[in-house]
Design a protein around this ligand. Structure first.
Ligand code: TXA
Ligand code: MG
Length: 329
């Protein structure tokens, strides 16, 4: 097999983790599916490839990457220690959509952690992602496979929209949840959620005994610096995002609008300016389709996307976090 890109510069799209792993082991950047969203990966032992991820995404240099592992033995080379309470989280949620922040091994390259003393680690449950990492026999650093600021990629075609001609290979496959992993900081006590995700706060609280977890809502940057990535504009389509809640009436529908929501009452809502809509069956369906809907709206030249804020329970918390971020300047 030749590892060079096909002549027309479009990436090789394969369903073979074996083929994708050969690109990674050759020092290339490869996109791959996980149960959350697609990742844009490089082996952590290839500094240049890791740096290339930042360049390809247009990612700020102070926004560290998540390191993906295939089995627990790979964590030892990355972190100083795994606190006992964090082991409970690992047991309950790995492999899965939970990223944990630990004190890092000092030997770990700064291009992965952006000079922080901590490192983010996740063991994905997706069969193809795990197989890919296992075949490379090296952890894979990967942010979401989207241009910085854009909605994450939940389908192979989204990766193509952002990186066609720029990466040599995409491992194709299905994502499951459609939103990124939950990020929990285990590097100091009490542990805290830095980013909501499909592993819900309720589930985490059930595992950690009192005193080990804080869900303080309004975090003050001074006593609690959030994930570096959370300060940037994120998840945003070109269209303007307008949020509304179930009880609010849709008073105005600007020209070339789209609507996404979960309230069944919206199914009958019609307006001459409304060009397309998606009414989710439940919170999981909303999460799974949100980013794909944003991207579809951009392709259709939609000017405004009206988004219903769902109830903040289960994955609803993660949805609200994403929607508010997408709507912010
Ligand atoms: O589901 C996911 O987490 C996906 C898939 C590909 O695994 N990845 C993902 O990566 O969403 P990314 O880079 O888009 O988001 C990672 C988040 C960023 O907000 C980043 O700032 C934060 O994790 N992060 C990484 N390392 C950190 C650290 N040491 N301390 C605090 N936050 C960190
Ligand atoms: Mg991202």
């Amino acid at each position: 097999m030749s590892l060079s890109s096909p002549q027309n510069n479009s990436p090789l799209i394969t369903d073979s983790p074996q083929i994708a792993s050969e690109f990674l082991m050759n020092g290339e950047v490869v996109a791959f599916p996980t149960e959350t969203v697609f990742g844009l990966g490089a082996l952590i032992k290839f500094e240049e490839a890791v740096k290339k991820i930042y360049k390809l995404k247009g990612r700020p240099q102070d926004n560290p990457l998540i390191i993906h592992i295939a089995d627990l033995s790979q964590i030892e080379a990355l972190v100083e220690e795994v606190p006992e309470e964090a082991q409970k989280l690992i047991k309950a949620f790995w492999p899965g959509a939970l990223t944990l922040i630990f004190k890092k091994k000092s030997s770990l390259s700064n291009s992965l952690t952006c000079g922080l003393k901590t490192v983010a680690v996740r063991m994905p449950s997706h069969r193809l992602a795990r197989e890919l990492i296992r075949l490379c026999d090296c952890p894979v650093a990967a942010p979401s496979a989207n241009l910085s600021g854009k909605p994450s990629a939940t389908k192979t075609e989204h990766v193509l929209q952002d990186f066609e001609g720029k990466i040599p290979c995409i491992l194709k496959g299905e994502t499951v949840f459609g939103l990124e992993s939950t990020v929990v900081d285990c590097s100091s006590k009490p542990f805290r959620i830095l980013r909501q995700g499909s592993v819900s706060e309720e589930e985490i609280k059930k595992i950690l005994s009192g005193g080990f977890f804080s869900s303080k809502e309004k975090q003050d940057e001074k006593d609690f610096p959030k994930s570096p990535g959370m300060k940037y504009r994120h998840y945003s389509p070109k269209a303007e995002i307008v949020l509304f809640s179930k009880d609010q009436e849709l008073l105005s529908v600007p020209p070339f609008s789209a609507l996404i929501g979960i309230n069944v009452g919206l199914s009958d809502f019609e307006h001459k300016n409304l060009k397309t809509k998606f009414i989710a069956k439940d919170l999981e369906d909303y999460a799974k389709n949100l980013f794909a809907f944003f991207r579809e709206c951009d392709q259709r030249g939609i000017a405004t996307i009206l988004c219903e804020l769902p109830p903040e329970e289960g994955i609803g918390k993660a949805l609200v976090e994403r929607l508010k971020k997408a709507a912010s300047d």
